[in-house]
Design a binder for this molecule. Structure first.
Ligand SMILES: Cc1cc2nc3c(=O)[nH]c(=O)nc-3n(C[C@H](O)[C@H](O)[C@H](O)COP(=O)(O)OP(=O)(O)OC[C@H]3O[C@@H](n4cnc5c(N)ncnc54)[C@H](O)[C@@H]3O)c2cc1C
Length: 245
């Protein structure tokens, strides 16, 4: 899989949560792209500002359909309230608009390596859940018999998204389950509460677990440290941060 320059056009936009959206693209030139769950690509931010910049986004789709791909993006703002160049550019691309990309990259990221008998933990916060959802979708399409436990950490209940997608995976894969933990719940919140490291503290971690972790640098570091503390060997953890997303 060699990175190439490619053009794609927007075929879908979905608001997922406050300041988090999903963009769906269809390949234009070439018409197909080989990529996998865990890969990312760079978009050329054609916003007319200088200097021109590229920004990296991870595929939120698993690559089974080489004619399309999705991103799950958090919109950033500067201190003065201006939209971030990459996230703002993507947000404002209308259906039918074309953009230029370079990728895919990140070969080897979030590729489950364990045996079918070894449980897989997918631990993501915010937009970091997107590549992990793609991993679960890929294994489900492949009819993998692995036990998959997905943990999604958010700050507030309104930050939760992709529940319909997780339910869909669960319906076709009896080996998949998921939980969502809210670290700043409102009073009377009935679901699971706390940051993912605290949630892990109370759960039984099998000795042969393999863990893929994605989210902001800070949350990834916290989750990784907890897994190590709970006895998961470092070579069984694949942890990647998106910056302070
Ligand atoms: C390999 C890789 C994969 C990535 N995948 C994704 C993805 O799937 N989805 C996604 O949403 N992002 C992803 N990112 C982050 C993305 O590349 C951009 O950094 C992000 O969209 C912000 O860029 P921007 O141009 O919108 O903001 P900028 O114009 O660069 O900055 C706007 C404002 O936001 C602040 N800011 C920028 N980045 C951060 C940050 N990380 N935390 C806190 N404040 C920040 C800046 O300080 C500035 O004030 C990924 C990054 C990498 C390296």
């Amino acid at each position: 899989m060699k990175p190439i320059k490619f053009i794609a056009e927007v075929i879908g936009h979905r608001d997922l949560a406050p300041d988090i959206f999903e963009k769906t693209f269809r390949l234009v030139e070439p018409q197909e792209l080989e990529y996998s769950a865990g890969n990312y690509t760079s978009v050329r931010v054609a916003d007319g500002k200088q200097p021109p910049v590229f920004r990296a986004y991870t595929f939120a789709s698993c690559g089974n359909d080489p004619t399309t791909f999705k991103f799950c993006v958090k919109l950033f703002r500067t201190d003065s309230g201006e939209e971030g160049r990459g996230s703002g550019y993507l947000k404002n691309l209308k259906i039918g608009a074309r953009a230029e990309f370079f990728g895919p990259a990140g070969e080897g990221s979030f590729v489950p390596r364990g045996k079918n008998s070894e449980p897989l933990f997918l631990l993501g916060t915010g937009t970091g859940i997107a590549p992990l959802k793609a991993v679960a979708e890929k294994l489900t399409c492949e009819k993998s018999p692995r036990q998959i436990h997905l943990f999604f950490g958010v700050s507030y209940p309104e930050d939760i998204f992709y529940i319909a997608e997780f339910e869909k995976i669960k319906k076709s894969n009896p080996n998949f389950n998921f939980c969502v933990a809210v670290s700043r719940p409102p009073e009377g919140f009935a679901g699971i509460t706390g940051r993912l490291p605290a949630v892990l503290e109370g759960s039984k971690i099998p000795k042969n677990v393999e863990a893929l972790v994605c989210g902001s640098e800070a949350s990834v570091a916290g989750i990784k440290n907890k897994l190590l503390e709970l006895g998961v060997p470092p070579n069984r953890i694949d942890a990647e941060g998106f910056g302070e997303v």
